[in-house]
Design a protein around this ligand. Sequence first.
Ligand code: SAM
Length: 274
Amino acid sequence: MKLSEMKEILSKRQIQLTKSLGQNFLHDGNQLRRIVDAGAIRPADNILEIGPGLGPLTELIAMQAGKVLAIEMDFRLFEVLKERFKTVSNVELLHADALAYLKGARHDWKDWKLVANLPYSVASPILVELAQAQACPERLVATLQLEVANRIMAQTDDDHYGLLTLLLQLRYQPTEIFKIPGSCFHPSPDVDSACITLVRRETPLLDPAASILFTRIVKLAFSQRRKMMLKLLKGSWPLDKLQLAFEKIGISPMARAEAVSLLQFVELTRMVSE
Ligand code: SAM
């Protein structure tokens, strides 16, 4: 979809873009193709797209996938999409707040992939919601703010390493990141952008009940970044149990959460739950 085509649709329908909904539309064909390629879409795949906007990504995905479920919150854009895709049988459009939709019911995303240029303001909660679903999608390909992308892809001791890294990497392995220049969007966003790919781990590191405990532990551990993790956790679990676990796992009692790896947090969760 060319920029001229986007501008024409917007002006014909007198649509003023809404900044708070993150309406920065991607019009660069190469970048759109790169995002779709990152989805490694097979003909039988079900693709979830959040925030289709005017549909430039939707139309490329629909050419390769078995089915596309595209959720758009802005009714004006939903109307445009309905018109554009009325003859495309494998595209299902939903007018909804995607975050509320994801939280609202238990969905089985096991055989789904996310491929989306997300609304930046809700990108993190959307990805966390999908990653924490009991049946989470097999792949997440998301365009979002570069700063958030760096947090998701980080490794221990990176400046960006933290809660978001752990909540996503518990279920997913980060595989690819590429930046997208602001000039590829209309209008150009105020922040830098990147597209990330996360692939679901073949074997979950923790079972569902332990994953809930993991979330509790990492949230508490990162609640005050500069504080020693042991001090933050000892209000919720017996100190001797924690000390023993720290020693066995090789975590210093003085360590801050940012120095503790994903696998150490996983091990800690297992030992605390015993
Ligand atoms: N996919 C299109 C593209 O690449 O050009 C548009 C991407 S734009 C960054 C984000 C889109 O998400 C906008 O169309 C916006 O209206 C929509 N949006 C914002 N918040 C949303 C929400 N909570 N649920 C669903 N869609 C939302």
